[in-house]
Write a new protein. Sequence first.
Length: 485
Amino acid sequence: MNFYNNLRKGFALGIIILMFSSAVEAFESNASLIKSGAKLTLSDCIHIALDNSPNIKKAAYNYKISKNDVSLSKTSFFPTIGLGTGYYYNGSHSRFRDTHSNYYNLNASLNQLIWNFGKTNSQIKMQKFKSIASLYTFDNVVLDTIFAVKTNYFSVLAAKATMDINDANVQINERNYQRTKAFFDEGIRSKIDLVNAEVYLSDSKINYLQSVKTYQNALVKLNNSMFVAQAPAYEIANTELFNYKDNEIPVNLDKISDKKDISTPPSGISDAVLSSRVEQLSILENYKFNPFKYSFEECVELAMKNRPDLKAYEATLDAMRQSLKYIKREYLPDITGSVGYGFRDHVATNSFNASVGVQTNVNIAQEKFKIDNGKLQVQLAENDIELIKQNIYFDIQNSYINMIQLEKEIPLMAVKVKQTRENFELADGRYAVGLGDYIELQDAKQNYNTAQNTYVQTVYNYSVARANLERLMALPQEITITVED
């Protein structure tokens, strides 16, 4: 008994190990699509997602099932073949005599539906429309997958840019701290300025670490949208809409105390023109984009024409109409024909028969309620179409307004970044020669840093809003997949 128990436990453990190994192999197989240290483009990420997505595979399987349902509904037109055989024995006993008989029997039959007044045709058409709806559902899942990758891809770019800005901010605060410490050692600045410099430096390091976490989380979401687990380290490339410069800010960390005459302002300058060399991290320098070429009315028109989910609803409505036709025709009879052949070896009897019959079985009350439900199903499908059309209109209207607003904000934000940088330069210059206080300097630096981050966020929001609008319009994608693929 112990032997069999141990054998059963060992078998179960082997199954578990095999399943775990298969899962690990699947993860490694997906991860192998990305090479360590590779630089992926948006197109690469979309390709990987389309190849891996279990949602797309599920939609493809449902479509194949719906196609088989069409073929299944057509089988009513095919004949039904029946075959039977048997050996029979019968015996009886009485006071007068005993009797018994036995014989071998063979029979065959062929039954064929001749006409049922369009009931089967309605079933076939209903399944065809359901298959069409499944195909459009597949296309809709593909669009959702592409949009998810685009959104998360832009999120990674934005997080990377924000991380670079915060990294540069750490270096700027490091420089300011060293300069303030040199001023404090020379007796030019007070202790409070030095303490403030330390606080701002610590805050900038914390902000940088938080931006690193945001960047890592953005990568996790991108991997999730590509359905790739255990992905190796990789980089992503810029896009046309989000083309930022991945560079290092050239911060000069030379100690100010090594320079001479730092306490004396240069001669011949005024308060208004004092400036210093504030290094700039040009995250989105000379940013340009092509404005969206469609008007709101064109967006709505294209959406009503292209949206696969709307087409799926329309195909479902057609299926419900065919279902109603079938229900109404259930009152009508089925005309069938049959032929048969039989053989009995007891007396070598051969028989042949042929018949044509008309038959119907109808529960009138039941059929009445079935027709009522069929009509309600048609009305429900019509209502769903009207609802989705209204949702499409308002979703596009909202998305279009957001995108146009962001298009207008981007150049204004670029100007603001330039203005805050100039203000930072002036404040830095004033502080360097002792004419400005530390609070003024930090306010200017903070405004500059905030302007850069807001600029990046605005470009990110615009990129996502534009991709979302293209998704709502179901514009043709350069990279896609069909159910045949």
